[in-house]
Ligand binder design. Structure first.
Ligand code: NDP
Length: 236
């Protein structure tokens, strides 16, 4: 672990760390000296990220969990209190695309699942982690939004979840204005990941930025010297 990185000594929880943007943030945060708490469902993929983090001299705690099991989020909060007594950085990155379909065709089950992962789980993360973030001298919460929040054909469900996330996070940020906690959103833009390939199967992925290319703003927003609050930051 680097002792001189911008996140040296900071404890950072990242959801959706098994692949894509979350995995890239994890490796970058480790390189910047953070101790990581990594969550996702796929244990094997988390272990691969852990190997890469360790090979680079970093350290991580792996917490395989399904964010739809909302009580597990509260249990994670309790475990972090016990183990670290605080949380410096929360990155609510995990997301689910769901089927791209006309609004009248959205299946109730899809609605429930995508809403739960993209919105309800982030509300529960805020509820569980807020006391821990306030115990940090410089708590930072970052949530991953999308340009789809503005609404476009066939993206109604996913877009509605990101619009709801934006409003939830902006409200939380406003409430934190007079505290040491800083709360922001990031719009990554189109990034070369499994989710993007699912959304745009005909697109040449080599025309897209990689997750590794957009980690700078996640470091800026996680650092102790970050003063931004209540912003929707474009990663590109
Ligand atoms: P990926 O599909 O590559 O990764 C999604 C991550 O979320 C995985 O680590 C996955 O882990 C995790 N996840 C999904 N469902 C659950 C669940 N039920 N419980 C726990 N973890 C879950 O997506 P990206 O990296 O592309 O996306 C990351 C974020 O960026 C998302 O919020 C997405 O909406 C947003 N975004 C992405 C863009 C892009 O172009 N890629 C553009 C705009 C926004 P596992 O399957 O192991 O559980």
């Amino acid at each position: 672990m680097t002792q001189t990185g911008r996140l040296s000594g900071r404890i950072a929880l990242i959801t959706g760390a098994s692949r894509g943007i979350g995995a890239a943030i994890a490796k970058r945060y480790a390189a910047e000296g953070a101790h990581l708490v990594l969550t996702a469902r796929t244990e094997g993929a988390l272990e691969e990220i852990d190997d890469a983090v360790r090979a680079a001299g970093g350290s991580a705690t792996l917490v395989p969990l399904d964010l739809r099991q909302l009580d597990q989020i509260d249990q994670l909060g309790a475990a972090l209190v016990e183990r670290f007594g605080r949380l410096d950085v929360l990155v609510g990155n995990a997301g689910l695309l769901g089927d791209l379909t006309p609004v009248p065709h959205i299946a109730q089950r899809q609605w429930d699942q995508v809403m739960t992962v993209n919105v309800t789980a982030n509300y529960r993360l805020i509820r569980s982690m807020d006391p821990l973030l306030r115990r940090s001298e410089s708590g930072r919460a970052i949530f991953v939004s999308s340009g789809a929040a503005k609404g476009k054909a066939f993206w109604g469900l996913y877009g509605a979840t990101k619009a709801a996330l934006n409003t939830l996070v902006m409200s939380y940020a406003d409430e934190m204005e007079n505290t040491a906690l800083r709360v922001n959103l990031v719009n990554p833009g189109p990034i070369r990941t499994a989710m993007r390939a699912q959304a745009m199967p005909g697109e040449d992925p080599m025309t897209l930025r990689t997750p590794e290319e957009i980690t700078d703003c996640f470091v800026d927003l996680a650092a102790a010297d970050c003063t931004r609050n209540g912003e929707l930051v474009q990663a590109y």
